[in-house]
Design a binder for this molecule. Structure first.
Ligand code: 1PZ
Length: 217
């Protein structure tokens, strides 16, 4: 796929990938989802090393899901829903305890971690899209975090995150790093990307909610 070529991040790649994530009957294709995440990590890394503690965890979780994808048999449809059903049937999902190793971690709880982070991204990009040219990314990021991931993180992670937000580059640098043209072009691409991202998020949210999986440790 085009988005895996070269090191530079293009906002457009994320859009294409997240648009390709859902099948007509709303099956969420894991390979596309993980590809979208990898593009996002590339973006985050292009902003500097301060966020390595964030990207290390995300990269790790992408790795867990990729490994599970590789292990799945030829009949596997490759969707998030199929993975969750298979794990539930095999009693691979631990409802009581967090995994102590990566190999113990179910795909179901690992996907949930990325899914929660996707809400942060969505809230952050919404703010970025509507921000004034002198808008502060650190504030947008902190607000989005408070409304999403923070609710699932222990206080010490919240503290580290809140300090890290102050080191975020400016709106101008963010826009440039997206490699999508002028500010107006970035904004119109965001306007297109956000509904695609939201649809993917909503499908997963509804599925986890219906199956009572939103609080997996
Ligand atoms: C570009 C700016 C990036 C700001 C990112 C905002 C996210 C804030 C802070 C997150 C700290 C993550 C440290 C690790 C936390 C883990 O404990 C949790 C729970 O996993 P568990 O311990 O249960 O196995 N991990 C997560 O919540 C997943 C977090 C992934 C964050 C990825 C954000 C990526 C954003 C893409 C940027 C374009």
């Amino acid at each position: 796929m085009a988005e895996e070529q070269g090191e530079e991040f293009h906002l457009h790649d994320v859009l294409v990938t997240f648009k390709a994530c859902l099948s007509q009957d709303n099956e969420l294709r894991l390979d596309e989802y993980l590809r979208g995440w990898k593009a996002l990590i590339k973006f985050m890394n292009s902003l500097g090393t301060v966020f390595s503690f964030v990207s290390t965890d995300a990269v790790n979780k992408i790795g867990i899901l990729e490994r599970l994808r590789k292990q799945s048999g030829p009949g596997d449809p490759g969707s998030m829903q199929a993975m969750v059903w298979a794990e539930l049937t095999a009693k691979r999902v631990n409802f009581k305890m967090a995994p102590s190793t990566d190999t113990e971690a179910s795909g179901t709880r690992t996907f949930l971690r990325l899914h929660r982070a996707l809400l942060w991204l969505r809230l952050f990009l919404e703010r970025l899209q509507n921000s004034a040219p002198d808008g502060r990314t650190s504030i947008m990021c902190a607000e989005a975090y408070k409304e999403s991931l923070a609710q699932h993180h222990p206080w010490f992670i919240q503290k580290v995150a809140s300090v890290a937000f102050y080191t975020l580059p400016s709106r101008k640098v963010f826009f440039e790093a997206m490699h999508a043209g002028t500010d107006d072009e970035v904004i119109s691409l965001l306007q297109e990307a956000l509904p695609a991202l939201t649809m993917v998020y909503d499908v997963a949210q509804k599925f986890y909610e219906q199956n009572d999986l939103l609080d997996l440790p």
